[in-house]
Design a protein around this ligand. Structure first.
Ligand SMILES: [Zn+2]
Length: 325
């Protein structure tokens, strides 16, 4: 294992990842319907401020503002010809902040799904998806990302296309899927299926796991399943700050920093090596998680009663797809 992230993973029992990008950029003035990645060109100061928030909270790795910067999503903003530049810029902004941290901090180049169906019956075949992710991965690499971080995926064929693109760009990768539909991804994959998918990929990951989905309880349950299906793997947990609630047409997350601190400990006890937040998680949440993780060592894996007692009930079985990144 090489690079700053590999060295951190080898030398520490756990690492703190970052929280949500979308939620925080909305807080900083992003308008609904606006592409956050365009800020890499028009408003890098606010992107930098978010990155600095993660470093200040004690994160060991944070992600670039490039989740939706693929040609398919950027086409909705007439920016499909700016994929390479926006990704490169995203990585450059993040690199500057990481290098100024005064301690080793890694930059993960965020790649999210295309928003198209990929694979049999979908609108994109796997090679077209790989080409699309490849353009993104090269921009992230040239801007200085340490690795590609594939997140919030649902479809196995699309996940594999992103992994192949990262490997072709010469970057190591981490990847997470979103188990938001009764313990499965929207495409129907469960944690055992995900572990089997990862084991069969041509390039092994630095780490893999679960992000987003529904509430923090559900995510810790997914982690326990992943730990059983992939013993010894470096696992990632990035849970939403509480359960998404629709209030006046907006999605709100009411999980407190205290709840996320309890979640961080349970996620680590469940087997996670890399722990962060997803939707609704601010630097204040991440700071509380860091303090909690430093307060005691890893413990035994929790049972369901301990998880729901600390974090609230699991989502009902009929829970549908969640909410993006
Ligand atoms: Zn999320």
């Amino acid at each position: 294992m090489s690079g700053v992230f590999g060295a951190l993973l080898e030398s520490r029992d756990w690492l703190l990842a970052d929280g949500a990008v979308g939620t925080n950029l909305f807080r900083m003035g992003l308008e609904p319907g606006e592409a956050p990645e365009l800020w890499n060109a028009t408003d890098p100061g606010r992107v930098r401020a978010l990155h600095e928030g993660w470093v200040g909270a004690g994160c060991d790795i944070f992600l670039t503002n490039s989740f939706g910067a693929n040609a398919s999503r950027l086409a909705r903003h007439d920016a499909e010809d700016r994929v390479y530049d926006l990704n490169r810029r995203a990585a450059e902004i993040a690199r500057e902040v990481a290098d100024a941290a005064g301690r080793p901090v890694a930059v993960g180049g965020s790649i999210g799904p295309t928003g198209e169906g990929v694979g049999p019956g979908g609108s994109l075949d796997a090679s077209a998806a790989e080409a699309m992710f490849g353009e993104q991965a090269r921009g992230l690499r040239d801007g200085g990302a340490d690795l590609v971080w594939i997140e919030t995926f649902s479809a196995p064929a699309e996940f594999e296309a992103a992994v192949r693109a990262a490997a072709a760009a010469g970057l190591p990768w981490c990847g997470t899927m979103s188990f938001d539909t009764n313990g499965r991804t929207m495409a129907g994959l469960d944690v055992a299926g995900f572990a089997a998918l990862v084991a069969g990929l041509p390039a092994p990951p630095l780490a893999f796991g679960a992000n987003c989905g529904v509430g923090a309880s559900d995510l810790v349950r997914s982690l326990i399943g992943l730990a059983g299906a992939a013993p010894g793997a470096a696992l990632i947990a990035k849970a939403n700050a509480g359960v998404p609630k629709f209030v006046s047409g907006r999605i709100l997350y009411d999980g407190t920093p205290e709840l996320m601190a309890r979640y961080a400990l349970l996620a680590r006890d469940a087997g996670a090596r890399i722990i962060g937040g997803c939707c609704g998680s601010t630097p204040a949440h991440l700071g509380a998680m860091r303090v909690a993780l430093e307060s005691r060592p890893r413990g035994a894996a929790p049972d369901l009663a301990a998880i729901t007692g600390a974090l609230g009930p699991l989502s009902p079985a009929e829970t549908g797809p969640g909410t993006g990144s």
